[in-house]
Write a protein that binds this ligand. Sequence first.
Ligand code: SF4
Ligand code: SF4
Length: 167
Amino acid sequence: MLAVNFHSFRKKLSFYRKSYRRFLNKTEKNPPLGIDKLTPIIAKEVWEEVDCLSCANCCKKMTPTFTKQDLKRISAHFNQTPEAFYKQWLEKDKNKDMVNVNQPCQFLNLKDHKCSIYEIRPVDCAGFPHLTKKKWVEYAHIHKQNIDYCPATFKMVEKMVARIEKV
Ligand code: SF4
Ligand code: SF4
């Protein structure tokens, strides 16, 4: 596993962003044969190469969506009511989802990039960036948003482009 190199990530992002977004649009509408079988194989390669503890960009620049169960579990951990926890840390976004007010996330330790509530973190955090969560056609629009922030998502799209274009 390699530490994330942000200089190289940003450089590649500015160079390939448009073409990768085009690839995601195209494959969302017309998924190449076998793309859903290829996704977990590529995701495995990505996680062998990307060290999230050297990155934490999702915790710094994005927000998880909190479910009601997350709110109940995490507020109980702090001996707070869900209402008090919500008032202290959360707000509703334009989709009426519960999200963090603060960025970076209040639970991120900026020194070591560790999550201070790791064991009870929101389910959304535990699965992020959801590389294999759904079929490609159902999730390509989310990858399209995440490539701007998440080097792992960027790498998956980069690898997918290389494999699909080889076929
Ligand atoms: S709860 Fe933890 S994993 Fe989730 S965004 Fe905050 S610091 Fe990151
Ligand atoms: S999931 Fe993506 S943005 Fe978050 S720490 Fe890992 S590589 Fe970075």
